[in-house]
Write a new protein. Structure first.
Length: 379
């Protein structure tokens, strides 16, 4: 049986007994019996505070929603937001309430996904405040071996990339925390409650565990398989499928010829996938209520898929064929275009991009990152 950290919590009870515990969690914070980490800590230990990432500790907040402090109705424990307009950090007032902070959220093994930075910010804040930090580790659904994509460059940090990881980084949350704690010399008193039974070459589909949506944009494991590549579409004027039942699997826009695009992409014979012409009308997000055409990417072989190659090839194929294509402007004056933040550099917007050369450069950066991360493997 594959066990996550929360399933092994009784072996680590000594870390929490007699301490005021703060918990950073989300709807994926469940044990193998679907009991929430919130409930487990509320019953076993002195849980005094909950800290909410994007989407809320119960998953009842929309993407980007900002909230103030409130009380969790099921436990009576106060909830402090770590997704505020002015900051995504633990404040000194929050830290004064606790002796130890615990993190338990399922990640998707992809640099853009914001939960990992909620964890790293908390690690830094605990280090500065002299507080203990515990990661209840969870398996990486994209395995712990495969590394893809470029590494984030200095000067392009944001909440969708705040640490020099490759796009698909092949580490568990606990391993990322160990790496950051060491490389940044944070000297935090860090504990990792390890998974059991997981091997590095395992995908989520090998574990036999049911998929729990970490957010509404990641409804299926197949979404996770494609997400490291197709998430870059968010930095363009194309729909990445938000507002459909297959976000990050359906890509399109009103100006696209669905059959032409599917034929051209299938002719490239990218491993593990097939492209099907599709028509859709997003219920929210880009092109809300408009008739769009494009492709749905069907995953045929989880292990063969190389999502970065898919996303980059698809984006540049559309750019080449449609003059209506564009990268989105910066969200606010003085900031970088979103495609640069997702890309961890300005390479996607450079003129005369040679896609095969770019992808080979990404592979070289991935190989170097794979060497860099190896000393932090727990499994």
């Amino acid at each position: 049986m594959i066990l996550n950290g929360i399933d092994c919590i009784d072996k680590y009870a000594h870390l929490f007994v007699g301490k005021r515990v703060g918990l950073i969690t989300a709807p994926t914070g469940l044990n193998k019996d679907f009991v929430s980490t919130i409930q487990i800590f509320h019953e076993k230990f002195n849980l005094v505070a909950l800290f909410s990432p994007e989407h809320g500790v119960r998953g009842d907040l929309a993407a980007g929603a900002l909230v103030d402090t409130y009380v969790d109705p099921l436990t009576g424990v106060p909830v402090y937001s770590l997704y505020r307009k002015d900051s995504k950090r633990l404040t000194q007032e929050m830290l004064d309430e606790v002796d130890i902070i615990v993190y338990d959220i399922q990640d998707v093994g992809t640099r853009y996904y914001t939960f990992i930075y909620t964890m790293l910010y908390a690690l830094e804040d605990c280090a500065q405040a002299g507080k203990e930090f515990v990661v209840l580790d969870r398996i990486n659904p994209l395995d712990g071996v495969t590394v893809e994509g470029n590494v984030l460059k200095s000067g392009f940090e944001s909440f969708v990339g705040n640490y020099p990881l490759s796009v698909r980084y092949g580490l568990t949350p606990g391993e990322v925390a160990m790496m950051a704690n060491d490389e940044r010399q944070l000297n935090c008193k860090l504990h990792v409650v390890r998974c059991e039974g997981w091997e590095r070459n395992m995908l989520f589909s090998d574990t036999g565990r049911p998929w729990i949506m970490p957010s509404i944009g990641i409804p299926r494991f197949e979404t996770v398989v494609l997400y490291p590549g197709t998430c870059i579409i968010e930095g363009t004027n194309l729909s990445e499928g938000r507002g459909t039942t297959a976000p990050f699997e359906i890509i399109g826009a009103p100006f696209i010829d669905a059959y032409q695009l599917a034929d051209e992409m299938n002719a490239k014979k990218l491993p593990g996938v097939v492209f099907r012409p599709v028509y859709f009308k997003p219920s929210f997000s880009k092109f809300q209520g408009e008739h769009c055409a494009g492709v749905q990417i069907h995953v045929l072989d989880n292990r063969a898929v190389r999502p970065i190659d898919i996303g980059v090839t698809l984006m540049y194929t559309i750019q080449k064929n449609y003059e209506q294509f564009s990268f989105l402007p910066p969200f606010r004056e003085g900031s970088r275009p979103f495609i640069d933040l997702l890309g961890g550099g300005s390479h996607y917007r450079e003129t005369g991009v040679d896609v095969p050369v770019m992808l080979e450069q990404f592979r070289e950066e991935s190989r170097e990152f794979a060497r860099r991360k190896q000393p932090y493997h727990l499994y």
